[in-house]
Write a protein that binds this ligand. Structure first.
Ligand SMILES: Nc1ncnc2c1ncn2[C@@H]1O[C@H](COP(=O)(O)OP(=O)(O)OP(=O)(O)O)[C@@H](O)[C@H]1O
Ligand SMILES: [Mg+2]
Length: 543
């Protein structure tokens, strides 16, 4: 063991001596590494903190090593020194993790910057007690029983590090202990929660659904109405960032994003609204990271690599479309050039959403999904009108465009007269201008086809692209999960309307097939309309 520098103030050598050899080495390494450096936040950390000042719940998450835990400690220290009597709770899942990533580091920072705090143990809980009576409590939360330790106290700030390892119910329960007195509020205290985590783990899906997806990967602040409970949270309003947060440079963060969030006037009802934000963390955000750390991340197996290196929340165990990559498959909107083959695919729903997608194939057989109709509560007539209206969307420059479809296909069940009205959904659609034919409904073959379209060839990329104006498809592609009983199929209890419609659409042209040209030189739609027209034009028979 190396000697501890005499000038470094560590008041509890006995405590240090109790540590395992590994922890002692870690402590010394950190101490040596830290000496002489400033404790200043990097650009993304500064942005995350600026966001945190404006919102109730912040989720700062993504790639490993982005500087999440460090921000947590710095923030806790700032609150403690600036607001006398402030209480912060920092939680990790287990004591060894807590000691290694929080307590040891805080001891280092305390020594390095001569923080006016003492390390204490109170009822078995480690605390940093500041001279101004503020304190940072370092706790662990592995089981529901551990929750009890924190439920009698009040904290101005609660930080859950590696939050995705804990159950969402535990996080919500512990967040209920956020409270500040009026006196503390006058001094600047504000109840706020910070969740810090990499993707993966028990509450991955919850974090993704509350923070990541609704915020469009950190590009908007989301205000939820939680009057019916957080599990029934409804988005009441959102505030869009002026630029894409994940790809912003340090200069853009300082000149555009931080001024934007600092001056943002967020409207929220104190009693029933909860303001939430997600800030995506990348390992490259952290200038202090050792380059060899990146090599370790690059060497990880695919899924874990996407989670820990890229901070990708779309990937998780049990996901059905492994191939889906938001950064590769999603492309900006553009006008479809003349001559590309067009088709439409629809999936019916009334209480559940109905979905319709427009696809265009380029000359290399790549399909671009370029338009989306999606939503619940429309009658079949309204759906047909919407499809017709959207099919006449003008070009970006406003000039009209007449589209002609090779095929328009739909869920085979729309052809059944299920309601006993003598008419099927397809009949009602057709009467209102939206004519469809029966899509192939072989589910497994259909999904295989979708996956082949998605698969990313190292030289040529994928064969399927989704334009940005299809938010529900982009949102639900990564949410699909494998059916536990039929692993080759997806779980139909989830929101699968968009992917079903796309499966129908892509079945029009199975991967690798040539553009279908009809013998008579007409598209299927044109032949179908012509037949219908002919049938209608026939002189009525007399009976
Ligand atoms: N602003 C900073 N100043 C000095 N060092 C920093 C700063 N931010 C991060 N570091 C250092 O970079 C390393 C990684 O940071 P940190 O552990 O906070 O990242 P993380 O995102 O929490 O990582 P993980 O995903 O492994 O939990 C640590 O050694 C930390 O001390
Ligand atoms: Mg960390």
């Amino acid at each position: 063991m190396t000697d501890i520098d005499e000038g470094v103030e560590v008041e509890d050598y006995a405590w240090f001596a109790e540590l395992s050899d590994d922890d002692q080495q870690e402590y010394l390494r950190l101490l040596e590494e830290a000496v002489g450096e400033q404790w200043e936040l990097a650009a993304k950390q500064r942005y995350a903190e600026a966001v945190w000042r404006k919102v109730d719940w912040l989720f700062y998450g993504g790639a490993a090593g982005g500087g999440k835990s460090e921000l947590a400690l710095k923030h806790a220290n700032d609150l403690s020194t600036q607001i006398p009597g402030h209480a912060t709770l920092i939680l990790r899942q287990s004591i060894p993790e807590l000691r290694r990533s929080i307590i040891l580091r805080m001891v280092v920072r305390k020594a390095q910057f001569a923080l006016p705090a003492k390390l204490r143990k109170l009822d078995g809980v480690t605390q940093f007690k500041y001279d101004n009576t503020s304190h940072i409590e370092c706790g662990y939360l592995a089981t529901d029983e551990n929750l009890g330790q924190y439920l009698s106290a009040e904290y101005g700030c609660i930080i859950v590090d590696e939050a995705s390892l804990m159950a969402s119910t535990q996080i919500i329960t512990v967040a209920s202990r956020l409270r500040v007195t009026k006196t503390a509020a006058k001094l600047g205290a504000r109840p706020h929660l910070g969740l810090f985590s990499n993707p993966g783990g028990a509450s991955h899906a919850w974090l993704r659904d509350i923070f990541v997806t609704p915020s469009d990967y950190g590009n908007r602040i989301v205000v939820y109405d939680i009057s019916q409970g957080i599990e029934n949270a409804q988005v009441s309003r959102t505030y869009d960032a002026p630029i894409t947060v994940a790809s912003a440079t340090d200069t853009q963060i300082d000149n555009i994003l931080i001024p934007w969030i600092t001056n943002l006037d967020i409207q929220a009802d104190v009693e029933q609204d909860l303001v939430c934000a997600f800030v995506p963390a990348k390992a490259t955000d952290n200038p202090h990271i050792d380059p060899s750390f990146m090599r370790g991340l690059n060497a990880l197996p695919e899924k874990r690599r996407r989670q820990l290196r890229d901070g990708d929340f779309d990937v998780f165990d049990g996901m059905y479309f492994d191939e889906w990559r938001r950064d590769i498959h999603v492309v900006p909107y553009f006008d479809i050039p003349d001559g590309w083959q067009l088709a439409r695919g629809a999936d019916f729903g009334s209480a559940a959403p109905w979905a319709c997608y427009w696809g265009a194939w380029d000359n290399d057989g790549n399909c671009y999904i370029y338009r989306e109709a999606y939503g619940a509560g429309l009658t079949p007539i309204e759906q047909a009108r919407k499809a017709v209206e959207m099919s006449e969307t003008p070009r970006i420059d406003g000039t009209p465009r007449k589209e002609s479809y090779y095929a328009s296909v739909a869920d085979p069940s729309v052809f059944a007269d299920k309601r006993g009205m003598g008419k099927s959904i397809a009949d009602m659609w057709r009467e209102n201008g939206f004519s469809v034919t029966r899509a192939k409904n072989a589910r497994i073959a259909g999904w295989q086809n979708v996956r082949q379209y998605l698969a990313v060839d190292p030289d040529h990329g994928p064969k399927l692209f989704v334009m940005e104006n299809c938010p529900n498809l982009i949102r639900t592609f990564p949410l699909q999960q494998t059916d536990k009983k039929h692993p080759e199929d997806l779980d139909t209890t989830l929101e699968d309307h968009a992917v079903d419609a796309v499966r129908y659409l892509l079945s029009v042209r199975p991967i690798g097939t040539k553009p279908p040209v009809s013998k008579v030189g007409l598209t299927l739609d044109q032949r179908f309309s012509r037949l219908i027209h002919k049938a209608g034009a026939k002189p009525k028979r007399r009976w």
